[in-house]
Design a protein around this ligand. Sequence first.
Ligand code: ZN
Length: 257
Amino acid sequence: MTDHDLAVLVEKEFAPLKITVSAWEKAHYLSRRVCELGEQPLELSFFLLGQSDLVIRDIYLGHDQRVTSTFCKIPLSGVIASALDVQTNYDLQIIGWGHSHGCWDNFYSPTDETTLAEREKLWGVFKNLDFQNNKPKESELAAGQDYYNLPLSQGTLSLINAEEKQRHKAKFVKGQMSQILLGVFYGMTFNAKGDDPYCVIAYSHSGQETCLLKKQKYVIVAENKPCRWDKDDLDAQLIKRVNNLNFLNHLNYLESD
Ligand SMILES: [Zn+2]
């Protein structure tokens, strides 16, 4: 399989991005609201949550983030706090990274590309694509671990967690030419103007360098279980998790004292 074949396969299997109505509305609301609360154009960083079908079903605001009108960053402490919270309190996993460009247009900057590639390495939903259509042996995928098998047009897709990924990497790659290990991770850029998001699929093959498929299409899908969010809750989250807003909030508090 050539690099080109793999890119075609990834696009065929994982595009367009799918996002539920409520997750879509939540991303747009957060992108707009951070600017209202900060009283200036501000970027914002969040994670895209989903399940094994890779539909984006919720938006998770990253902890401890620093934002400006041209920059947003979740430091390692915030990445860890966010990942732990998702792991403990959600029946969804991190399948992508989203961010808002504030009042700028939606695109992917070189910094965005690097960030997405790093996140793909950390969270790329790991897949074992078996082109001979043999299901991976369940016993080989470690009993009791989280994984799912999905039928794909070109084989079986197994999603396994990061620990298992490390453990099985060598095993699957060695001498099994019919199988490849693929990490896939989504990227979406929103803005406060409510423009169409810019979508990217990041993927890597057997732990090699991450490749990006840019300018992907997306579809908004109906849902039977919307993600629940209300505006007061999200305001509180924004003030708590975005350091600038947190700081402004404390200033207001001191002034009113
Ligand atoms: Zn950006």
